[in-house]
Every structure is written in C-alpha cells, then in structure tokens.
Ligand binder design. Structure first.
Ligand SMILES: N[C@@H](CCC(=O)N[C@@H](CSCO)C(=O)NCC(=O)O)C(=O)O
Ligand SMILES: [Zn+2]
Ligand SMILES: [Zn+2]
Length: 191
C-alpha cells in the first residue's frame, strides 16, 4: 500500500535546474512573514523521518537539505526568529508566529557539517530547487507514533518514489562523518 510521505514527494519532484542560483524562503504567517534569501542550490536534499526536523502539518517526513551558511541571509522579520533548542547540534531558527523552521545552523566548529545550514526548499516559490535524493532516519518515524507494522509499506513507497531509505544518513554523508572522525583520531588514510 502506498503511504503519504510529504506533499512534495507525493506530488512528484524534479532534479535541480543546472543554472539555478537560489531563492527566497518565506514562513506561513499571513502578515509580516519571515523571509530568508538563499544564494545557492540546495545540496544533499532528502526526506528526513527524525522528530526534530520541521514537517508541514500532517506530513510523515520532513524534506531538508543543506547550503553554505554564508549563502543564507535573513531579509525580513528576523525579530520573529527564535532557536527551538539551543542544546541540539542543529540549532533550528523557527518563526515564533507560525512555528515554521526557516534554517538550522551548526555552531560547533569541530563538527564535520560545520558551515552548512539546513533548509526546507518547499518554503520557496522559486522553481529550480533540486528535489530529494534519498530518505534518512526512516525508522525514527516510529518515535512520532508510526506503528512498526507500517514500516514495510513506508520503505516500499520511498523506494517506489526513487528515495532509497536509510535509518541514519546516506552512505555518502556517513562516509564524510567517518572520514572527519578518522582525521580527528589520526587514523585517516588516503587510498
Ligand atoms: N531518532 C532521532 C534522530 C534525530 C537525528 O539524529 N537527526 C539527525 C538528522 S536531521 C537532518 O537530516 C541529526 O543529525 N540531528 C541533529 C539535530 O537534530 O540536532 C529523532 O528522531 O529525534
Ligand atoms: Zn511565521
Ligand atoms: Zn531530521
């Protein structure tokens, strides 16, 4: 049985336009929306089943990717932004009016992903964003109330949509994390 994942996955998504240079994210407040300009294509865009990433109402998964933090500029109503949890690795800056997460930032300079901000391209009306390429933290949807018995259908739906399901990050991202850890330990070797 097919399972609803997230509106932008359920309704189909595309590869990014090659000349796409970014766009503006906007929260869902009817008045004084927060706006954030992104001067970059999104990278490693993915469906995420974790409990921390922002999801639109009713969605099972978030769709989230990264951009260099110096390509992220708050252009309107930044006074409405508040960090959801400043003890989390990814500090998610959310609108206090509508709850939408505008960007998530890593402040730990020692982390492999320092320098990358997490964003949700569905908050932008601009066309050309790269769609999701895989699904991460799939088993984590159980923490939000999905019965374990539904996981077979969820994983099959993700595969049918072309999103390989992983219960952590994708192999490419896990390799980056492990290479960073190996360099810190002094065990890193080139081929
Ligand atoms: N089971 C947990 C997993 C949460 C988790 O580790 N999430 C990942 C991926 S978020 C984007 O892909 C992560 O790196 N989180 C760091 C953070 O959120 O600060 C759960 O579901 O809560
Ligand atoms: Zn808002
Ligand atoms: Zn997540």
């Amino acid at each position: 049985m097919s399972t609803a994942i997230h509106p932008s996955v359920d309704h189909g998504f595309q590869k990014g336009a090659t000349d796409f240079k970014g766009g503006t994210l906007r929260c869902s407040c009817a008045t004084d929306p927060v706006e954030v300009r992104i001067d970059s294509q999104v990278l490693f865009n993915h469906a995420c089943g974790c409990t921390k990433c922002w999801k639109p109402a009713g969605a099972l998964f978030s769709v989230v990717g990264v951009v260099p933090r110096d390509k992220v500029t708050v252009t309107a109503h930044g006074e409405k932004l508040k960090i959801v949890d400043d003890t989390a690795l990814i500090q998610r800056h959310a609108c206090t009016g509508c709850g939408t997460h505008l960007f998530g930032r890593i402040e730990n300079k020692a982390h492999a992903f320092y320098g990358l901000d997490f964003i949700h391209t569905e908050l932008s009306k601009d066309t050309g964003w790269d769609g999701p390429g895989f699904a991460a933290f799939v088993s984590s949807i159980i923490e939000s109330g999905t019965p374990p018995s539904a996981m077979g259908d969820v994983r099959q739906t993700l595969r049918d949509k072309g999103l390989e399901p992983y219960d952590c990050l994708s192999p490419a991202l896990m390799d980056i994390l492990s290479a960073h850890a190996a360099k810190a330990k002094g065990t890193y070797r080139e081929a």
